[in-house]
Design a protein around this ligand. Structure first.
Ligand code: PEP
Ligand code: MN
Length: 634
């Protein structure tokens, strides 16, 4: 059963409840969610739920109808996201695990690690113990293989995944391994599951080649019941009457698991098909069907592989597959998980300049309005601004950890929201908003240092710059107006061209950076021209102190009054909505995501009302995410 605790439960009530359940022989597990805390209690002894419901501090009790309990969606509604170091598996990410079937030598695994990392995999796989059908086949290097695998993982800063085949190996393997794998042949080796579960490390449990989905979930339940919270299911094909492929890949298991369980599911198309040419299409199909990741065999020279050569990808094939996955990810609203970039920590007096700690990414050329906004937001702090080509590059830099923060324009007072950035916020689940800042946009006509207003014949600027200075430009009908990708970039263009008849529209800052002359100041039609920027950081950056604003996004179901219902949840709790923006959901015509900004007055009561509202909204929507809680810049 799932016991939802009341927000006001006292510690003493919690202890009493735990004691009561333990006395009745229940295994219990507490999950502290964003909005509420639940206790999952699993046991063979019948208990009258009403009795539990009447205990102090209990809000409600929900029975779990399935035989697998901790693994079921009934136990936990939200998708489980499994942390492994700085990486995550689950949620809106696609994690790719790659490497050879077996660790064959130190050189082979080092080379494999380098290849798969370069192509974009985030975990390194390799078997040190190989459960082979024939006793005469290569059995793996054992502990020596684990040493090489660990060294290879460390050399590229990738966590390692390897299979455990025997209970007695567990304690020895623990220090080598980041993620354990239990193979198809051992899915119902219950003693092994109990032991591996008790180690508390993440475990990939492969589906038995003759196992039903329910049996597979029960195997996951064994792991969860014995101590680990971090279980990843892996579909690797089942045995059917079809001999053309090694196994038959059951992709329908993905949506079924997604419905039945909160656990992430990955797919191994290598063992499923047994033929390398069939691996890329099935890998892409798995991602399209909703898999949270892939386990793929890649070998530096598959022809010489000691095991599973025919199904191992050549490095070039894997590189192409990774590029295809990158292209597919945004179509299904997911992000390919990436390793954070290594940060070179400098020593000595120069440290402050080269350090990630001080770097903030912005889109555009030096002197862009974004750069002005970031200097104002970080006033008084020693920071280095890092120009990026596109808004997406800003997200990438933050995600990879090559900068500490990013800044993005999100809304202009005259032209409205910058939709691309709303869409990107949704696509990057590991990046969140940690602040905001609004600046006034003052446009200037800028030319070469020796030019004059009367020289001007062509004006370059970002299309918005041209629109926002329409009145001024209309008073010069003979000028050619040429849209450019960026305001500061247009100044650079005029500077590089060296033509006196060229001018650009941009900030004072851009004129200063490129040593140009302001031909006419403040030419914007409406002086009340403001742009609001948001500051981004990685999800695992620290919490913002005393937030007074929250941004959320959700999909409202396609039924009468559904948006009204969401807004009512806020209204009923006296929560002030500051902004509502809708965006179409890619691939779902006429369905929309709604982005909301909510005022969080600092009093505890409002914060609690917000948590309560979040809990309620989550139950009403399939997609719900808090984009950030931060200090408002108003
Ligand atoms: C493996 O991943 O190396 C392996 C042996 O897989 P399976 O257990 O799915 O056959
Ligand atoms: Mn293999």
């Amino acid at each position: 059963m799932v016991i939802v605790l009341s927000h006001t439960i006292r510690e003493s009530d919690k202890i009493r409840l735990r004691e009561y359940l333990e006395e009745k022989g229940f295994q219990i597990r507490e999950i502290v969610g964003e909005e509420n805390t639940i206790i999952g209690a699993v046991g063979i002894h019948p208990v009258d739920y009403r009795e539990v419901e009447l205990m102090a501090g209990v809000d409600r009790v929900i029975p779990i109808s399935k035989p697998y309990k901790f693994a079921s969606r009934e136990f936990k509604k939200e998708d489980t996201v499994i942390p492994v170091g700085r990486l995550k598996i689950g949620g809106l990410r696609i994690a790719v695990i790659a490497g050879p079937c077996a660790v064959e030598s130190r050189e082979q695994i080092m080379e494999s690690a380098r290849i798969v990392k370069e192509c974009g995999a985030v975990f390194l796989r390799g078997g040190a113990y190989k459960p082979r059908t024939s006793p005469y086949s290569f059995q793996g290097l054992g502990e020596e293989g684990l040493k090489y695998l660990k060294e290879a993982g460390e050399s590229v800063d990738m966590p390692i995944v390897t299979e455990i085949v025997a209970t007695e190996h567990a304690d020895m393997m623990r220090d080598y391994v980041d993620v354990f794998q239990v193979g198809t042949r051992n899915m119902q080796n219950f003693e092994l599951l109990k032991k591996v579960g008790s180690l508390g490390k993440p475990v990939i449990i492969k589906r038995g080649y003759a196992a039903t989905i329910e049996e597979w979930l029960m195997a996951g339940e064994y792991l969860l019941a014995h101590g680990t919270d971090n279980v990843i299911l892996c579909e690797r094909g089942i045995r059917t009457f079809e001999p053309y492929t090694r196994n038959t890949l059951d992709l329908s298991a993905i949506p079924i698991i997604k419905k039945l369980s909160h656990l992430p599911i990955i797919v191994d198309p290598s063992h499923a098909t047994g033929i390398r040419g069939k691996v890329p299409p099935m890998a892409l199909a798995a991602i399209a069907a909703g898999a949270d990741g892939l386990l793929i065999e890649v070998h530096p020279n598959p022809v010489k592989a000691l095991s599973d050569g025919p199904q191992s990808l050549f490095p070039e094939q894997f590189e192409k597959l990774m590029r295809d996955i990158e292209a597919l990810a945004p179509v299904i609203g997911k992000e390919v998980e990436r390793l954070p970039e290594e940060v070179v920590i400098q020593t000595g007096t120069e440290a402050a300049v080269g350090d990630t700690e001080n770097k903030v990414a912005f889109q555009g050329e030096a002197g862009a309005f974004s750069e002005m906004a970031l200097h104002r937001f970080f006033t008084g702090e020693q920071i280095a601004s890092v120009p990026c080509q596109s808004f997406e590059d800003v997200f990438e830099a933050v995600l990879k950890g090559s900068v500490r923060y990013g800044i993005l324009p999100i809304e202009n007072a005259l032209s409205g929201s910058i939709h691309e950035n709303y869409d990107l916020l949704l696509r990057y689940p590991d990046v969140r908003i940690v602040g905001e800042h609004t600046i006034r946009i003052v446009h200037n006509l800028i030319g070469l240092p020796d030019s004059d207003l009367s020289d001007v014949k062509s004006v370059f600027s970002h299309p918005q710059g041209l629109i926002q200075c329409k009145e001024f430009l209309d008073s010069h009908p003979d000028w050619e107006k040429i849209p450019y990708y960026d305001t500061a970039g247009s100044v650079k263009h005029v500077a590089d061209a060296g033509k006196r008849e060229f001018a650009a529209i941009a900030s004072v800052e851009a004129a200063r950076v490129f040593k140009m002359k302001i031909l006419k100041e403040s030419i914007e039609t409406n002086p009340r021209n403001y742009t609001r920027f948001v500051i981004l950081a990685r999800e695992d950056a620290g919490e913002v102190l005393r937030p007074d604003k929250a941004s959320i996004v959700f999909a409202a179901p396609d039924k009468p009054g559904s948006l009204f219902l969401f807004l009512k949840i806020l209204a009923d709790r006296d929560l002030n909505m500051k902004k509502l923006e809708s965006r179409p959901i890619p691939g779902k015509p006429w369905e929309y995501m709604f982005y909301l900004d909510i005022e969080l007055k600092n009093e505890q009561s409002i914060r609690e009302a917000f948590s309560e509202a979040v809990e309620k909204m989550k139950t009403e929507s399939d997609i719900f995410r808090i984009l950030g809680m931060y200090r408002s810049g108003d």
